[in-house]
Design a protein around this ligand. Structure first.
Ligand code: RUB
Length: 332
């Protein structure tokens, strides 16, 4: 019998993230914060110490839903580190803190996407033709804002196999009044000559400015570089990964082969192995700028965002791993 029961609604949110009914790094982060707020509301009985133990268990549970988008652990840590640092003395105070911090995070996240749209639109020029990949709310925000300013009318949207998130983007952009051309992933080089800017989102930004996003992003960036087309990444700062500063690699999610071929096909072709990694890494050299709500930065400046946003937690992590040089020890 587990010590704490996880509320049903929290289980549902985690399941929706795992099965991609809730998808896209920003939405995943907001859903994680919402799950913590629900968990706090539904905590019955116990004292503040028990609550902290419980909410940390819920945090670990929600965090493990999908591996690649750092927005998920960052959203959970955002709430839980503030709880830890506030050192609440009563249960009500602790619950209230979790609920309010989660609500603040969700509100911040929504505003960030809007600001990214406004900042990013400044980088687009009148008559630009854009190509995008997958479905990124931040990238869509830039394209739609630029369209409202009369700068962009035409967008090439890659279908984004195997889950076809490009169709979500195509609909959103068509609904916003843009001319949308949906293209197969394999045609990216064929169409690049018609394009003047590439805009994509991010699941994670590493300390060196590399961007981890939906599989195929690095190929678009590579082809854009060859064609001298600029590639912009639109991302909120909670998609920057503090753990990459201490040398951790970003885990790449591998999903079920049946997202590519049917079970029947697999049974009929036992000699074929199907492998389905769903994210890839675009090196910083292929990215012209990262558009965040805190400003537009070159990818090489990712570390500055990390130090500003996560400096304290990076220091804590270094201490935790005992990567600390103490003056006294040097003198011994
Ligand atoms: C979605 C994806 C998106 C980023 C950014 O992958 O790669 O480009 O998450 O999205 P999946 P947003 O569909 O597997 O979650 O800008 O909406 O946060």
């Amino acid at each position: 019998m587990p010590k704490f029961e996880i509320p049903r609604k929290v289980i549902e949110i985690r399941e929706n993230i795992r099965t991609m009914r809730i998808r896209g790094a920003g939405r995943i982060a907001r859903a994680a914060a919402e799950a913590l707020a629900i968990a706090a509301q539904e905590f019955k009985g116990g004292d503040v110490r028990e609550f902290i133990e419980y909410i940390n268990i819920v945090g670990d549970y929600v965090r493990s839903a999908r591996p690649t988008a750092v927005s998920l652990p960052n959203a959970v840590s955002y709430v839980l580190t503030r709880l830890q640092r506030a050192k609440p003395t009563s249960l009500d105070e602790a619950k209230d803190l979790v609920i309010k911090t989660a609500e603040y995070f969700i509100e911040y996240s929504r505003k960030a996407v809007k600001i990214i749209g406004e900042l990013g639109a400044k980088r687009l020029e009148y008559g630009d033709v854009v190509m995008t990949h997958c479905h990124s709310t931040a990238a869509v925000s830039v394209i739609v804002t630029a369209h409202k300013l009369g700068k962009v009318n035409k967008v090439y949207v890659k279908e984004t196999r195997p889950k076809l998130q490009g169709l979500i983007t195509a609909k959103a952009l068509a609904d916003a009044g843009l001319d949308v051309i949906l293209i197969p992933d394999s045609s990216v080089r064929y169409f690049m000559k018609k394009v003047s800017k590439v805009i994509v989102g991010a699941d994670t930004v590493a300390a060196n400015g590399a961007v981890i996003n939906k599989i195929g992003t690095s190929l678009v960036a590579l082809v854009a570089k060859e064609a001298r087309v600029r590639t912009y990444v639109a991302t909120e700062t909670y998609k920057f990964s503090p753990r990459t500063v201490i040398g951790e690699l970003v885990p790449i999610e591998v999903r079920d082969p049946t997202e590519i071929v049917s079970n029947e096909w697999l049974r009929n072709n036992p000699g074929v192995e199907v492998y389905n990694p769903v994210f890839d890494v675009t090196p910083p050299e292929y990215i012209d700028a990262i558009i965040t709500e805190k400003g537009i930065i070159p990818p090489q400046a990712a570390i500055l965002i990390l130090i500003e946003e996560y400096g304290l937690s990076i220091k804590e992590q270094l201490k935790e791993h005992d990567f600390v040089i103490r003056e006294e020890e040097l003198r011994e």
